[in-house]
Design a protein around this ligand. Structure first.
Ligand code: ATR
Length: 276
């Protein structure tokens, strides 16, 4: 139940109907008994600049951004947090007391927190990381790994120029041609899929795992299905696997805290609720 004083936030995307964020934040709002609401906002790209300018005028505390707005937002907000600047994308807007809009990125935090909790034995010094994909998600993953202290990141992408552009932006990273992707797994301590391959309705990621050490951790940022073909194959050969749902849940924690003033917990109950 919300009152006339309810604190407001939401998720802006186009389309937005698939987003699980309203369910996720709604769970926490109810748990804390907060007088607040988190709503889906379907906004076309051409209307996005007007809409973010309207948020403070309507009393919103902030919003999450999803496809296709994350990159455009970097040039539209009043202040870009340094991490969001490096990633080149904003996934969280925080409206400050003076009405100005701050752009943050909590995806890197979400990725790392999920990885650390899902694979407690993994440490950045464990060895090289192989990142498949070179889009926006890969960029957040690579920045997170770089900041955690991973010294060797091997970038594998179907379009090699995009992997090279990512390596250049990071100032580090070794580009491996798509045809050599199976070989890139030799000696790796971590493998992360950042492409949509393996998602329901998409073909699986075509990657032979033979060269991957059995001690390596395998993480897929896809979470529908929870166990992708990649994770099932990795699990079958004895690798520790981490699914992608936790990244979604953990990226929401700092955002919820910024808007609603309470730090929420990520629990098994929440995982089940968000998946249902
Ligand atoms: P996101 O922001 O979610 O990362 P994106 O920027 O569209 O989305 O990036 C999608 C990534 O998945 C890209 O690395 C893309 O490879 P290309 O750069 O070659 O396009 C990768 N990807 C998508 N479909 C793919 C496919 N069928 N085979 C190989 N890679 C694919």
């Amino acid at each position: 139940m919300i009152s006339g004083k309810a604190k407001l936030a939401g998720v802006i995307g186009w389309p937005v109907g698939h987003s699980r964020s309203p369910r996720l934040h709604g769970f926490w709002l109810e748990r804390f008994g907060i007088d607040g609401a988190y709503v889906p906002l379907a906004v076309k790209p051409e209307d996005f600049p007007d809409v973010i300018r309207a948020l403070p005028l309507m009393g919103f505390r902030g919003a999450n951004l999803t496809v296709p707005h994350k990159e455009m937002a970097v040039g539209l907000v009043d202040v870009v947090e340094p991490l969001a600047w490096r990633i080149g994308a904003v996934n969280t807007l925080v409206i400050r007391d003076d009405g100005s809009i701050e752009g943050r990125n909590t995806d890197a935090f979400g990725f790392l927190e999920n990885l650390r909790r899902g694979a407690p034995g993994w440490v950045p010094a464990s060895g090289p990381a192989v990142v498949v994909g070179a889009g926006g998600a890969a960029r957040a993953v690579c920045v997170a790994l770089q900041d955690a202290g991973v010294t060797e990141i091997r970038l594998v992408n179907r379009t090699e120029e995009r992997a090279q552009a990512l390596a250049d932006a990071l100032g580090t990273g070794m580009v491996v041609p798509w045809a050599e992707r199976a070989v890139a797994l030799a000696g790796a301590a971590l493998l992360v899929n950042t492409t949509p391959l393996g998602m329901t309705g998409q073909p699986p990621l075509d990657l032979d795992l033979t060269a991957l050490p059995p001690t390596a951790v395998v993480n897929d940022i896809v979470y529908a299905p929870l166990e992708t073909d990649l994770l099932a194959r990795a699990r079958a050969r004895g690798n520790v696997v981490v699914d992608g749902l936790g990244m979604l849940l953990w990226q929401a924690v700092p955002a919820f805290e910024a808007w609603f003033g309470q730090r929420p917990a990520v629990t098994e109950e929440l995982r089940r609720y968000v998946l249902a």
